[in-house]
Design a protein around this ligand. Structure first.
Ligand code: SAH
Length: 354
């Protein structure tokens, strides 16, 4: 049986399925989940992420993490955590970029939060020399200062969708009609939906809520409040929930999420306002990725690297810089948000002043 047949069987047996459970199944089911099976990243796969576009992305994150570690008093035993590390490229670039900073490397306990066994293997080979611990839940973190990065992790966490119809809130679900999967709605009289999300909504509007994203943000911030540290979340998203943002991508194209479940990447835009509302440590403003990377010096770095390049390699390098920073490419769609301890100076990269 394929994932589609399994989903049809489940819905025929149990009734309509929440988008949350559909997303969790399609992405992370041990037998059918997208991240468990396919070579998902890169030109051969379905999508390309910032660390795969250029080493400069990881170098800028390394500068950011080191600056935070410095501002936190250079702890000599701390957690360097990445959530959802994919192929391990970002962490590998961070470790390479900080190689000569001995106190940072010596003090770092490298921890990766990952659920996909297939990707853990990839991460192991990308980070061959490093001493790494994998965890599947944040409560397994040691009680030490925490410095974290999460790139395109929160957008993979399952969401619920609710729609306002005739002044009532309905849950959007996936049902079976004439043997095919279809979107539908179900009335649930007591939906526990945050009023701050709904007060300005009119008939037909959809809001999205990701309980796992909220609880992960809360756990990260609680850890930072108790043990100090900082972290940055980078993802595509907005300040608030902008309606239906569930999206399936396959071979670099947007596809119908119900057509080949388990075979396409499924994401939803991250609601940065909801993430920041939840935190007990301090948080930055949300800034566009392009602004964040510019503040960290990506253009100077790009110029420096360009000196040793020519021809096609130079053209690829220039295109990569543009792709990461330009407002028409990833520069504006992607956003960054930082968490940091209350006793720390605010991290670099988040002021709107140049
Ligand atoms: N950060 C990487 C990969 C992004 S894809 C990059 O920028 O290239 C999303 C990653 O999050 C994958 O590694 C996926 O396996 C992981 N992931 C998704 N949901 C997860 C969950 N609930 N718990 C742990 N890891 C998860």
């Amino acid at each position: 049986m394929d994932a589609l047949a399994v989903l049809k069987q489940k819905i025929a047996r149990d009734g309509p399925m929440s988008i949350h459970n559909f997303m969790a199944f399609c992405l992370m089911d041990k037998d059918y989940g997208y991240y468990q099976k396919k070579p998902v990243f890169g030109t051969e796969g379905d999508f390309v992420t910032a660390p795969e576009i250029s080493q400069m992305f990881g170098e800028m994150i390394a500068i950011w993490l080191v600056q935070c570690w410095d501002a936190a008093g250079r702890p000599d035993d701390f957690i360097l955590l990445e959530l959802g590390p994919g192929l391990g490229t970002l962490m590998s670039d961070i470790l390479r970029a900080t190689k000569s900073l001995k106190p940072f490397q010596a003090g770092a306990r490298i921890i990766l939060l990952e659920r996909s066994d297939q990707l853990k293997e990839k991460q192991k080979s990308a980070l061959n020399d490093a001493d790494i611990t994998w965890i599947s839940k944040l409560s397994d973190l040691p009680k030490k200062p925490l410095f974290f990065v999460a790139n395109e992790f929160f957008d993979a966490l399952p969401i619920y969708q609710y729609q306002k119809i005739d002044t009532h809130w309905f849950e959007r679900v996936i049902d079976l009609k004439d043997g095919a999967l279809v979107f539908s709605t179900r009335y649930t009289p007591h939906i526990a939906i945050d009023q701050r999300l709904t007060f300005d909504k009119i008939d037909g509007d959809i809001v999205e809520v990701s309980p796992s994203a909220l609880s992960i943000a809360q756990e990260l911030s609680q850890h930072i409040s108790q043990h100090s540290g900082a972290g940055v979340i980078i993802d595509y998203g907005n300040w608030g929930s902008l309606g239906d943002t569930l999206q399936a991508v396959q071979k670099h194209k947007v596809v119908d999420p119900l057509k080949e479940p388990g075979q396409a990447d499924l994401t939803a835009h991250v609601d940065f306002h909801a993430l920041s509302r939840n935190v007990s440590c301090d948080h930055s403003k949300m800034v566009p990725q392009g602004v964040f990377l510019e503040h960290l010096g990506i253009t100077e770095r790009a110029k420096h690297l360009a000196q040793n390049l020519e021809g096609a390699a130079l053209a690829t390098h220039i295109a990569a810089h543009k792709r990461l920073t330009h407002p028409e490419e990833m520069g504006r769609l992607f956003k960054a948000l930082a968490f940091y301890s209350k006793d720390m100076t605010p991290p670099i990269g988040f002021s709107h002043d140049p």
